[in-house]
Design a protein around this ligand. Structure first.
Ligand code: AMP
Length: 648
């Protein structure tokens, strides 16, 4: 019977170990030991999941539903500490787990027998608990039995942020080492089945190669890197004749299947070589150009023959957002009958202007994002479509390793098959709704096409991109995307194979760390937000560095929602100002960046304004202080703020 203290002790050791190799060896050793002690149990899998910082496997839809507020309350209850003491401990560490360790340190550290199975049982009960009180009771039960070090890591695990400098990829490597399997095989199984715990079992049972793609868990999204000018994009994609020989070699190496270095090689000119001879001086740009849509990125799963009506839509945060888009669910459930098996699409959900035949501004779609109940009024006011630009799974085959050129061909064929049926009515007849709320409408004259294929074509020149950019802007889209024609799909990577060109002033994606009450009509409302970017130590300590404060740009309704959320997620109440859980991401625009010691990042923004709330973007992907430095350096006059009034 594996004990949670082994997870806690290992985690504590890993937090203090900088060497990746040593970390991997220690995790591998621990997994092997747990497995050997009970080869038939799920303990080794649970152990791997805990070290990766996830209470449940990714494919498992269950959620603990335990946020900072609930966990803080439980901690106060069990430790008997005062709110003042908790606030002080939290301020010292910036981490609830570490604060919990301090508050419980007077507790008898005796010999805990809390097992991994018992923790799993409590987590399972939390996921189905109907009330907060029941959930809090379960957390208290765990914390009461835990030693201080166990409590520290239980809290971190429940928050979902271990801060021990261990990513899932390192645990995958450790599983491979522990079971003498290949890393590529472990990674592949995890990608297909999204179950780290099950991959441990497979690795020891030697059945990794039997892993099969399961639909209905999100794969990572491939992301784009920014370029400032069409010229820069062309330079990146251009094929130079002199590298032709190298390119052939590179291509061969790639087919051997080691995917660890694919971030750079798929985007490099070597990887975009075509067989045709290139005349000296001729510019060959093997890249597709598409509009950059300003909607919500989404991955859509459908067509599983065993559950033909099931459709799932995942956001970039990997959240299941299907409920918010019932018209897409209906349309793709209908279209599944025309599909020839499971499909995974990558695309953008857009609000659609039916009259003009183009996307509605993001702000209009934004009003619908996050809504769980979508009334007919919303359906009619903001009709949505799914603008598809990539195909990840089809014909029983994962297409990630096919070049974009080939994926695009297959996408076009699939869309042609489905487009006629992927329809749903603008509004539904409420009386005909099925109990689950889904209505499978027959396509008829009133229904609208919900599946659209993003136009895509090979680009020819800088001027061609310039023109396309202007056309895209004229269609009210954000800019253009350029994608290497031979590039593979890299889930979760921001490589150089996809480039985005949007030439506005730079914006930053930041997370709100604090909020202040407003004045006048905003008195009593938390309307002024202090926000941060990721610091250099973010990976290991979760370091966030404040960079500015803004209060303009949002609608009253958005501010009201944020304010209520901030009240609920307050970490420290300093009267007019509150520090809040760093979870809400904003995109902010500004006129320029100054060096300043007003904020911990060493920078301040001049005339900051909030462009939008970006709940679609996880905190792990917000901008970094290096990016701030980069924008700062790119300014012609690099302003320095002379006044020095430190705020954090
Ligand atoms: P950003 O959010 O600034 O990192 O930009 C990347 C985003 O561009 C993605 O998450 C997509 O939502 C969006 N996007 C819009 N159009 C496309 C497209 N044609 N291909 C890929 N991504 C796109």
């Amino acid at each position: 019977m594996a004990l949670f203290r082994d997870v806690a002790n290992l985690a504590e050791m890993l937090a203090g170990e900088a060497s990746r190799l040593k970390k991997r060896a220690a995790i591998a050793e621990a997994i092997r030991t747990v497995h050997e002690a009970a080869p038939e149990s799920e303990d080794a899998g649970r152990f791997a999941l805990s070290i990766a910082g996830t209470p449940f496997a990714e494919a498992d839809p269950r959620k603990l539903n335990a946020g900072g507020a609930l966990l803080s309350k439980a901690l106060l209850e069990v430790s008997g500490a005062t709110q003042v003491a908790l606030t002080a401990a939290y301020r010292k560490h910036g981490d609830l787990g570490a604060a919990g360790f301090d508050l419980l340190s007077t507790k008898d550290a005796g010999d805990s027998r809390l097992s991994l199975a018992e923790v799993a049982e409590a987590f399972a009960a939390m996921a189905v608990a109907r009330t907060t009180a029941v959930r809090a009771g379960l957390v208290e039960g765990l914390l009461r039995r835990a030693t201080p070090i166990e409590a520290k890591y239980l809290l971190k695990l429940m928050i979902g942020d271990m801060r021990i400098g261990v990513k899932q990829s390192l645990v995958e490597e450790a599983i491979a080492a522990a079971s003498s399997s290949s890393v590529a095989e472990v990674r592949h199984a995890v990608m297909l089945e999204a179950d780290l715990g099950f991959a441990v079992r497979r690795a020891f049972e030697r059945t990794l190669s039997e892993a099969r793609m399961r639909l209905f868990h999100p794969l990572g999204f491939m992301l784009a890197s920014p370029v400032e000018t069409p010229e820069e994009a062309v330079e990146r994609f251009e094929q130079k004749p002199e590298i032709a020989a190298v390119a052939k070699k590179a291509k061969k190496k790639k087919t051997r299947g080691d995917d660890t270095d694919k971030e750079t090689d798929a985007a490099s000119p070597e990887a975009t070589l075509s067989e045709s001879p290139i005349a000296p001086g001729q510019r060959i740009i093997a890249a597709f150009l598409e509009d950059k849509y300003d909607g919500m990125r989404a991955q859509l799963h459908c067509g599983d023959p065993s559950q033909p009506d099931r459709v799932a839509i995942y956001s970039r945060n990997k959240e299941d957002v299907t409920e918010s888009y019932p018209e897409l669910e209906e349309a793709f459930a209908t279209a599944s009958s025309a599909a020839t098996g499971p499909l995974i699409f990558d695309g953008e959900i857009l609000g659609w202007d039916l009259k003009e035949g183009r996307a509605l501004p993001f702000a209009v779609l934004g009003q619908r994002i996050g809504r769980k109940r979508v009334s007919n009024a919303w359906r009619e006011q903001v009709p949505v479509v799914f603008m598809v630009f990539d195909l990840i799974f089809a014909d029983g085959e994962l297409l990630l390793n096919l070049p974009l050129r080939e994926r695009r061909n297959r996408l076009e064929a699939v869309v042609e098959r489905l487009v006629e049926t992927a329809r749903s009515p603008l509004a539904v007849d409420e009386r005909r709704k099925l109990p689950q709320g889904v209505m499978f409408a027959e396509p008829d004259g009133d229904s609208i096409e919900r599946l659209m294929l993003a136009p895509s074509r090979l680009v020819e020149s800088v001027e061609d991109i310039e023109r396309a950019y202007a056309d895209a802007r004229a269609r009210a889209n954000e800019g253009v995307m350029l994608k290497a024609a031979e590039s593979v799909y890299q889930p979760g990577r921001r490589g150089l194979a996809w480039l985005k060109l949007k030439r506005e002033l730079a914006t930053l994606d930041v997370v709100v760390t604090g909020a202040e009450f407003g004045h006048g009509k905003r008195a009593g409302i938390l309307s002024d937000y202090t926000f941060a970017v990721r610091g250099p130590d973010y990976e290991t300590t979760g370091e966030l560095l404040n960079v500015g404060k803004a209060y303009s740009g949002l609608t009253d309704a958005e501010i009201a929602e944020l304010s209520a959320w901030m009240m609920d997620h307050t970490l420290e109440d300093r009267g007019f100002f509150r520090t809040v859980e760093p979870l809400r991401v904003l995109e902010v625009a500004f006129n320029n960046i100054m060096r300043s010691d007003r904020h911990a990042s060493g920078f301040a923004l001049r005339f900051p304004r909030i462009v939008r709330i970006r709940d679609d973007k996880p905190v792990t992907e917000i901008d970094t202080v290096e990016r701030v430095e980069e924008i700062y350096q790119s300014q012609v006059d690099k302003p320095v703020e002379v006044e020095t009034a430190s705020e954090d």
